[in-house]
Design a protein around this ligand. Structure first.
Ligand code: MG
Length: 250
C-alpha cells in the first residue's frame, strides 16, 4: 500500500476555507486504498482540535492517529526522557505537556526548555532563556516557522523567538517541526514509510519529503516560497492536481 503525507494549511485549506477539489481527492485516495497522514507544524491547536477542524471542513471521518504535529513528535520521541520542563508558550501548550505527566517548572529547575509561541513576546523571559542556554541548558522548539497564516494575514510564529535566541548565541536549536530531524524520525521509529509528500512550503514540506526519501510535490495554493522551488520533485497548482498522478503510479 502506498502512503501520502500531506500538509494542511495552504495545501488542504486556507484559514477556514477548504481548497477546491480537496474533498473529492481525499475520497479518491480512499477508494484507491492509499493511506494518508495529515502533517502540520501547527502546535497552537491540539491534534484533536485539528482533527475536528478537518472533519468539519471535509465532512469525512478522520482518524486522530493520522494527524502528526510537533506535539505528537514531542510526545512520541522526547517525552520519556524529560521530567521537568520550562515552557515558553501558551496555557494550551502547557496543558498539553502536563497531560504527558511532565512537570512544568522554573527555568533553573528544568531539564530542558521548549519554545512555543506567545501572543506577545516577553523580552525579559527571552533574555533569561538565552542566559540559561548559554550555560548549557538543552533547548528545543516546536517549529521554526517565521510566520503563520491567519484570517487576518500572516502573524509572527514560533520561529521569530527561535531566531532571536539562535542569532544571539550562534546556535542551531533543534526543531520538532517538519524541517528538523525529529519530525521525520517519528515515521521511521513507528515503521511508517511515506512514499509521497505534498505541501506548499519548500523550507518545511519539501525538506521533510527529502529527509524521508519520498517523492515531493510542491503546490502553489499556499505561501510564496523563498527557497528554490526546483528542490521539489514536482510542482503543481493544487492538491487535486497531484492525486491523479499518485493514483496513476501506485
Ligand atoms: Mg502549509
Amino acid at each position: 500500500m502506498k502512503t501520502i503525507a500531506t500538509d494542511l494549511d495552504g495545501t488542504l485549506f486556507k484559514g477556514e476555507t477548504l481548497i477546491d477539489g480537496v474533498r473529492e481527492s481525499i475520497l479518491e485516495i480512499r477508494r484507491n486504498d492509499i493511506e494518508i497522514y495529515f502533517t502540520t507544524n501547527n502546535s497552537s491547536q491540539s491534534p484533536l482540535e485539528i482533527r475536528d477542524k478537518l472533519v468539519s471542513l471535509l465532512d469525512l471521518e478522520i482518524d486522530v492517529d493520522k494527524i502528526i504535529t510537533p506535539l505528537i513528535v514531542f510526545k512520541n520521541v522526547l517525552s520519556q526522557q524529560i521530567n521537568n520542563i520550562y515552557i515558553y508558550g501558551t496555557e494550551g501548550l502547557k496543558n498539553y505537556i502536563e497531560s504527558l505527566n511532565i512537570k512544568i517548572v522554573n527555568i533553573d529547575l528544568s531539564d530542558v526548555v521548549l519554545i512555543g509561541r506567545k501572543e506577545i513576546n516577553n523580552g525579559q523571559e527571552i533574555k533569561d532563556i538565552i542566559s540559561h542556554v548559554q550555560d548549557g541548558k538543552k533547548i528545543y522548539c516546536l517549529n521554526k516557522d517565521l510566520t503563520y497564516p491567519t484570517e487576518f494575514g500572516e502573524q509572527p510564529g514560533n520561529g521569530a523567538v527561535v531566531k532571536i535566541i539562535e542569532d544571539e548565541l550562534s546556535i542551531n536549536i533543534e526543531s520538532l517541526g517538519k524541517s528538523g530531524k525529529l519530525y521525520p524520525s517519528y515515521f521511521k521509529k513507528n515503521g511508517i514509510s511515506i512514499n509521497y509528500v505534498i505541501g506548499d512550503r519548500v523550507d518545511t514540506d519539501i525538506i521533510f519529503g527529502k529527509s524521508l526519501n519520498a517523492i515531493s510535490f510542491l503546490v502553489a495554493s499556499g505561501v510564496n516560497n523563498f527557497l528554490d522551488t526546483d528542490m521539489a520533485d514536482h510542482q503543481l497548482h493544487d492538491f487535486s492536481d497531484v492525486i491523479p498522478l499518485i493514483i496513476k503510479n501506485s
